[in-house]
Design a protein around this ligand. Structure first.
Ligand SMILES: Cc1cc2nc3c(=O)[nH]c(=O)nc-3n(C[C@H](O)[C@H](O)[C@H](O)COP(=O)(O)OP(=O)(O)OC[C@H]3O[C@@H](n4cnc5c(N)ncnc54)[C@H](O)[C@@H]3O)c2cc1C
Length: 303
């Protein structure tokens, strides 16, 4: 398994900014993430240093170039899950494999996609879950549905298959967004992909069934929501991070409640702006440097 000192999830302003700090401090730094939403033809008028304005695309391009100058490795690769390992490191599962990291910086922005099940909130913790690693155990040999259309959903369904044989994926009527490799793996694992849309959950004392948009019904024990791609929130569930609503809780130094995990930018939910993301990224980088140098017995981590 590849090992890096710092793994940053997110190629937006927060992630790139953090990487510039960690790489300049001599730490082996890997960014996983694809170009962010702002990487388009949007004029950024309020970011310091560009009196004539700059497009989001140009700003990100410059940031990436700067990070690469310090040997930051950047890959457009989706992270599907993060877990603490018993070696005092983190195992980061991506769509292409596993990477081990001494410290992780979450800079995933905000992109939580809703389940489309109208009363999902009433069943959270009572049959509807957002975290397979946390809750799959409770659904051993039970019938479960995974809601989602992407490889995150595929991955979650495959993980669930280790607990029960009755797993199916519901795309909620959306177009499938999985690679042929994942579709093949689902087929091999006997996990059907169904295009119907679940609109309501039913059950008196916890989840017992669903109602589809076409009026049909079906019994079910558990639903795992895995729409879009894995977000900071999903990583929060599997790592045991404290949250505030859809955001990760981080202190003034961007530390979360889990040593070695830092969070910056929109995913911590302060003022959702580039300048703030860049500033928080710098602080997360600095804290991660101190943490990793501490692991190696070096006390001065300032840079
Ligand atoms: C259209 C638009 C216009 C805007 N205009 C302005 C403006 O004029 N001024 C301003 O200050 N702010 C503006 N903003 C807000 C600004 O873009 C954000 O505050 C800023 O980009 C946040 O940076 P971030 O690094 O925290 O997250 P983001 O820029 O959202 O980056 C998130 C990164 O995480 C990656 N990611 C997420 N999940 C995963 C995963 N599972 N695996 C791997 N990677 C993952 C994404 O691919 C992306 O690279 C605008 C936003 C939008 C959408």
């Amino acid at each position: 398994m590849k090992h890096v000192q710092i793994l940053i999830v997110g190629q937006g302003p927060a992630g790139i900014s953090a990487a510039i700090y960690t790489a300049r401090a001599g730490l082996d730094t890997q960014i996983l993430g694809c170009p962010p939403k702002i990487e388009g033809d949007y004029d950024i008028d309020n970011y310091f240093g560009f009196p004539e304005s700059i497009t989001g695309a140009e700003l990100i391009k410059r940031g990436v170039k700067q990070a690469e100058r310090f040997d930051v490795a950047i890959r457009c690769e989706r992270v599907l899950g993060i877990h603490s390992s018993d070696r005092n490191t983190f195992e980061v599962k991506t769509e292409k494999g596993l990477i081990e990291a001494d410290a992780v910086i979450l800079a995933t922005g905000v992109a939580r996609v809703k389940s489309m099940i109208k009363n999902a909130a009433d069943y959270e913790g009572k049959g509807i879950s957002y975290c397979v690693s946390c809750d799959a155990f409770f659904f051993r040999d039970k019938k479960v549905m995974v809601v989602g259309e992407g490889i995150f959903a595929a991955n979650q369904a495959l993980e669930l298959r280790e607990y029960t044989s009755e797993v199916s994926i519901y795309t909620q009527g959306r177009e499938l967004a999985m690679t042929p490799e994942f579709i093949q793996r689902l087929k091999k694992a006997n996990i059907p992909i169904i295009e119907r849309t679940i609109t309501m959950a039913t059950g008196e004392n916890g989840l017992q069934g669903v109602i589809f948009k076409d009026g049909g019904t079906e019994t079910v024990d558990g639903i795992f929501v895995a729409r879009g791609e894995a977000s900071s929130l999903d990583f929060a569930y599997s790592l045991g991070l404290m949250r505030k609503g859809v955001f990760i809780e981080a202190d003034n130094e961007q530390k979360t409640n889990i040593p070695g995990v830092f969070a910056a930018g929109d995913c911590v939910g302060n003022f959702l702006q580039i300048s703030v993301a860049v500033g928080e990224g710098a602080k997360a980088g600095r804290s991660a440097i101190k943490y990793v140098k501490g692991l190696n017995g070096i006390t001065n981590g300032d840079n």
